[in-house]
Design a protein. Structure first.
Length: 366
């Protein structure tokens, strides 16, 4: 099912919460399945709004799942309805966000840390303050909506987009172009500028970065859209993504890279366990790595990291179901084409003929 609902504003959430007696009717009018909507809303609120902004979203989602739908817990909801809650999966089924990437999003939703990131990239600008920061990170609830890790403007001068990645991908260039286009679209709307008029609109200067936390021998300083897709022909279009690897400085960006390195080492030693999470946080605090952030939000950070462990389990379940459904569909096609018998197809699927027929939408044998 493809959701077409735009980002839900706080006003709409408040209205739905107040008028909770009509939630099912509202969902029905919008053609949303209450179960799917609850799963998506729960997953989204847990991963994207772990603190105060997510309280209303989580209360609404839990209310819908527990009271309206009769689901006893979030885990039951996810296990029962599988991929319907996989809002952090890309369309190809691969999870976009790793554990420490979600910590990245949580860390940098704070304007103070956004300012620190800007100062790390522009040490020459000593006049910028938190008041100059405007968050323009793209948020989305559903899989088919665009979202990125971090975006903010500095006054009307700069717009910075920053993606945290642990796996190397040159396709960050085209994704960044899409993020930038959508960010400009929202910026022009928010500033009430008419881009159909002849007068040039006012646009902040774009800067696009990738914070790479993986292992790579050859460290490129930047990636070019034209180089990746058109053999360097910049007469068509170009966008340059500057790559940050972290260094020995104490900047907020370098601290984040060190955090990921410590975490990966602890996972190698202890596996994906709560002990690995707690040891990572303790060592980071001892070394002064993201110390203020961790001490202020330690419980929330633990919740985020542990939730992503569960996320991995749900993803494996989803992939298993996806693979099984694909195999059944292929076998059903062979049966319909008369290439194999129903009996043979059921045997290959390790199912009874009746179960296979029902699963594949075929008429039962007999």
């Amino acid at each position: 099912m493809k959701y077409k609902l735009a980002f839900i504003s706080q006003e709409k959430i408040n209205l739905i919460t107040i008028c909770n007696g009509g939630v099912q009717e509202w969902l029905k009018a919008c053609s949303y399945d209450p179960v799917e909507f609850s799963a998506v809303l729960l997953e989204y609120s847990e991963l994207r709004f772990p603190r105060e902004k997510g309280i209303t979203l989580r209360l609404l989602a839990v209310w819908m799942a527990v009271i309206v739908l009769g689901i006893e817990s979030y885990s039951d909801l996810m296990l029962k309805y599988g991929q319907r809650g996989e809002v952090c999966a890309m369309p190809d089924g691969n999870p976009k966000r790793k554990i420490y990437d979600s910590v990245f999003c949580d860390l940098f939703q704070d304007p103070r840390y956004q300012l620190e990131a800007y100062q790390a990239l522009h040490p020459e600008d000593t006049k910028a303050t938190v008041d100059d920061i405007q968050n323009v990170t793209l948020e989305a609830i559903f899989m088919d909506q665009m979202y990125n890790d971090l975006g903010f403007t500095i006054g009307s001068v700069h717009i910075l987009l920053l993606e945290a990645m642990s796996t190397w991908s040159r396709n960050i260039t085209i994704r960044s172009l899409m993020y930038l286009g959508e960010s400009y679209n929202r910026y022009l709307h928010d500033t009430d500028q008419d881009y159909y008029d002849d007068k040039p609109v006012n646009l902040p200067k774009p800067e696009v970065y990738m914070l790479y936390t993986g292992d790579r021998k050859h460290q490129e300083k930047e990636l070019s859209l034209a180089d990746v897709y058109w053999n360097g022909d910049r007469s068509i279009l170009d966008l340059k993504v500057k790559v940050i690897y972290g260094d020995e400085s104490n900047s907020i960006l370098s601290q984040y890279v060190k955090f990921t390195q410590i975490y990966k080492q602890k996972v190698m030693e202890l596996g994906k366990t709560k002990k690995a999470v707690m040891t990572t946080l303790r060592e980071c605090k001892e070394k002064g790595i993201l110390k203020d952030y961790i001490e202020l939000h330690e419980k929330e950070v633990i919740d985020i990291m542990m939730a992503l462990y569960d996320k991995d389990s749900y993803m494996k379940l989803f992939e298993h179901r996806k693979e099984k459904e694909g195999g059944i569909k292929m076998l059903a096609g062979l049966v319909k084409d008369g290439l194999i018998s129903l009996k043979e197809a059921a045997k290959r699927a390790n199912m009874t003929e009746d179960d296979f027929s029902q699963e594949a939408g075929l008429k039962p044998a007999g």
